[in-house]
Design a protein around this ligand. Sequence first.
Ligand code: GLN
Length: 453
Amino acid sequence: TRAYLDAIEAARPLNAYVLETPEIALARAAESDARIATGEAGALEGLPLGVKDLFCTEGVRTTACSRILGDFTPPYESFVTQKMRDAGAVMLGKLNNDEFAMGSSNETSAFGAPVNPWRRSGSDAPLVAGGSSGGSSAAVAARIALGATATDTGGSIRQPAAFTGTVGIKPTYGRCSRWGIVAFASSLDQAGPIARDVRDAAILLGAMAGHDPRDSTSADREVPDFEAAVGRSVKGLRIGLPKEYRVDGMPAEIEALWEQGAAWLRAAGAEVVEVSLQHTKYALPAYYIVAPAEASSNLARYDGVRYGARVPGRDITEMYENTRAAGFGPEVRRRIMIGSYVLSAGYYDAYYVRAQKVRTLIKRDFETVFAGGVDAILTPATPSAAFGVGEMANASPVEMYLNDVFTVTVNMAGLPGVAVPAGKSADGLPLALQLIGRPFDEETLFSTAAVIE
Ligand code: GLN
């Protein structure tokens, strides 16, 4: 823990942490030492980990990297971080993320963007660490956290992992409790780990998952021994390559990476088959209706009364307006406006209900493929390697949303997905593949991802 705290201090220019908690870390490390001495060590005993600032941490400032939460200090701990703490984890601090987890580069954070520890060969230009869990991915890649919690509503675990050469898994919807995690789009949000390798990710997920009666969508299912799945043979498994993921303009190096991943799985004894997920092209537009709709509802609670910051006004309505105008950044305001629009009378059926129907079709596409005997689906994780900080500043929001083209389908269908490093771009940056599994079959993802990493 001391070594990590020193490393965090030395790596402050990366802007991965928005709050360092060295006193808490050292106190918990001492408790861990005591438990290890008495032979009571938990599964994560003494492991120095970072926590995305979207997870409520008891007595420790939690802001979702939004000005509107100000110095909000929750009196409770999220279910997931409590479970990790019970397993002996040591919290090093709170990690940067896009404001309310809305973004793909972590540049919407009120604290500014974290910096990816990777550089293009021959260039010093700082690159983004992905988003929204860019603090988590930067910290793990820079070795200033052994692992980190993250959340994924439309790719926010997998895309940052892909950009930093780390492993990120979004488990099946319901595998991890959402209780105590700042809500973005409740029907899509899931917690999961970002870790250095597949085994670490399996160990972390095992400690994060589990049933929680305080989240009505939490699944009452046994948590398997995920670590045991790492290294398990993939012989005889059927891996599907969805032809619709061969999107227009896919760079040749991403295409080659995908083929390489398929070849490795084939060499390990898996059978690789082409599959079709017909409605893939509608996933991104439908996601950018469903997610803002839910966000506009979830973010209504930030009214200057209950949490964090308040900007006074002549009456209560003006106080709401002043607080929300000052507290929310531009991307969050955009989502609230889109969400309110698609839910409004007259547009609800045309947009929101339609998007929900598309969502059902996307889910059915996956069900059909899995019912046909496919065990996991292999795709690229992102359409490109990490891009430069500020590079997308003048691009349209839709260009930023295109980062999520391979990841949002998984959230729409509630399935588990893992991003695993698989190679390098021509300019030396990490590139990743994604494996998508059947509901609650994260084990197959761990065993197949271990073949690729
Ligand atoms: N980039 C996506 C968005 O901005 C995904 C975010 C997430 O998964 N939290 O909505």
